[in-house]
Ligand binder design. Structure first.
Ligand SMILES: [Zn+2]
Length: 87
């Protein structure tokens, strides 16, 4: 299921998990009792390039691509705030 980028316009093959971002969503199973539980976890992957501009959100019974509100030029380079440093 997770062997390529979730972006349908990209479809980059997944080779290294260190690249990009992995999203995990709880998905309801079609039929209960299949694996003893009513839901299971699904993993989705966005490659590094797509993860800079997109995220994933669970929407009803599916997962969809969403544009990130804030574009971060240099891959998630966020400095910790003063609160984090104080603790
Ligand atoms: Zn991609």
């Amino acid at each position: 299921m997770m062997n390529e980028c979730f972006n349908p316009n990209c479809r980059k093959p997944l080779h290294y998990l260190r690249e990009g971002r992995v999203f995990v969503f709880g998905v309801k199973a079609d039929s209960e009792g299949q694996d003893g539980e009513g839901s299971h976890l699904e993993h989705y992957w966005l490659c590094g390039a797509c993860a800079q501009f997109y995220g994933l959100a669970q929407d009803g019974d599916g997962v969809r691509l969403v544009k990130r509100n804030r574009v971060q030029r240099s891959a998630d380079l966020e400095l910790p705030g003063p609160e984090a440093l104080a603790s």
